[in-house]
Design a protein around this ligand. Structure first.
Ligand code: GDP
Ligand code: CA
Length: 318
């Protein structure tokens, strides 16, 4: 079975660990592909940074810092400190020394003309993830957030909103700069077309999943795929499990609940992207045309997450 997963950073990475665990402990997966959000990508200090791709890559390779939740384990910060002494902005974005090596390799390859998909494949020759990682697009398409700042309406980069302002400035809208010309990355449409099962990870619905689906061709490919599509709710009760996704949903008028997000994704039979929707035990959702199943959705360890994947496979009838 070929499984294709739409994934953001940390939620996506944990879920993919579970998919891989399921596949290596008796699950019937020949190939697991993740289509990863690149809307968070940003250039800082001249370096091209892909936070979600890196979170997924480091996590699957066992090289991520578990406590901090992003970046490399056993990281040091000498370059960051030195940049601060120079007064080099921005100082609010942490770049660790080990992490910088990744960004240097990536930036150099991009400057030499390789598309991000090739660069990602090259990085994966070092990091053995067991999952094929595809950037949602090879084009530059960066999420900006419209906020009120200093008495004026401004669009700031998603990273500035998320990291510098901790998502505390109310988001008035999300805008993907470059979306009008961006096309699906190399291999993305094929992986949806050829999949036997499509999973939507419990990732941020607004700035991870929608961001991917909005890229030209991707939503249509999910809608038209012959594979069943199963989503897993990132919201348990009335809050995201970790992180600040509840600062995003109000901006698009979606209630912070499993039902709210499930209805927002909608049934494939009526123009949406879901056939089935997994919500956490005790949560409920009624979505026309979508099979809803309540299951344990807390990704506390790989066994539990693999169990979620097994449930998704079962509800897909595979
Ligand atoms: P980011 O790009 O690093 O923000 O990560 P993602 O977009 O992939 O995932 C963020 C989402 O993961 C948040 O909205 C969380 O609610 C969700 N999440 C994190 N851990 C869990 C978990 O254990 N279970 C579920 N269901 N969702 C989770
Ligand atoms: Ca992200």
């Amino acid at each position: 079975m070929r499984i294709t997963v739409l994934a953001g950073g940390i939620g996506g990475a944990k879920f993919l660990q579970g998919v891989r665990h399921w596949a290596t402990t008796g699950g019937r997966a020949d190939e697991v592909t993740a289509i990863v959000n690149t809307g968070d990508d940003v250039t800082m200090h001249g370096l091209r940074i892909c936070p979600d791709l890196d979170s997924v890559m480091y996590t699957l390779a066992g090289a991520a810092d578990q406590e901090r939740g992003w970046g490399r384990a056993e990281e040091s910060w000498r370059i960051k400190d030195e940049l601060a002494v120079y007064g080099a902005e921005p100082t609010w974005f942490g770049l660790g020394d080990l992490d910088i090596a990744t960004h240097l390799v990536r930036t150099q390859m991009l400057a030499a003309g390789y598309p991000l998909s090739d660069v990602t494949a090259a990085l994966l020759q070092r990091w053995h993830t067991g999952v094929r990682l595809l950037p949602m697009t090879d084009d530059r398409c960066e999420t900006h957030v419209v906020v009120e700042l200093d008495g004026a309406r401004k669009a700031i980069h998603f990273q500035e909103w998320w990291v510098r302002y901790r998502a505390k400035l109310p988001a008035l809208a999300f805008v993907q700069v470059g979306l009008d010309t961006a096309v699906a990355g190399a291999g993305v449409l094929e992986s949806l077309d050829e999949a036997d099962l499509i999973l939507i990870a419990p990732s941020n619905p607004v700035v991870s999943v929608d961001t991917i689906l909005n890229v030209a061709g991707i939503r249509e490919a999910v809608q038209n795929a012959s594979a069943p599509v199963v989503g897993l709710s990132p919201i348990i009760g009335t809050a995201p499990v970790r992180g600040m996704a509840d600062s995003c949903l109000p901006a698009i008028g979606v209630e912070t609940s499993a039902e709210g997000v499930g209805r927002h994704y909608g049934a494939r039979s009526s123009g949406g992207v879901l056939d089935a929707w997994l919500v956490h035990t005790g949560d409920t959702a009624e979505i026309d045309g979508v099979t809803v199943l309540a299951r344990q959705l807390l990704m506390s360890d790989d066994d539990v997450t693999a169990g979620m994947v097994a449930d998704a496979v079962r509800v897909a009838g595979l």
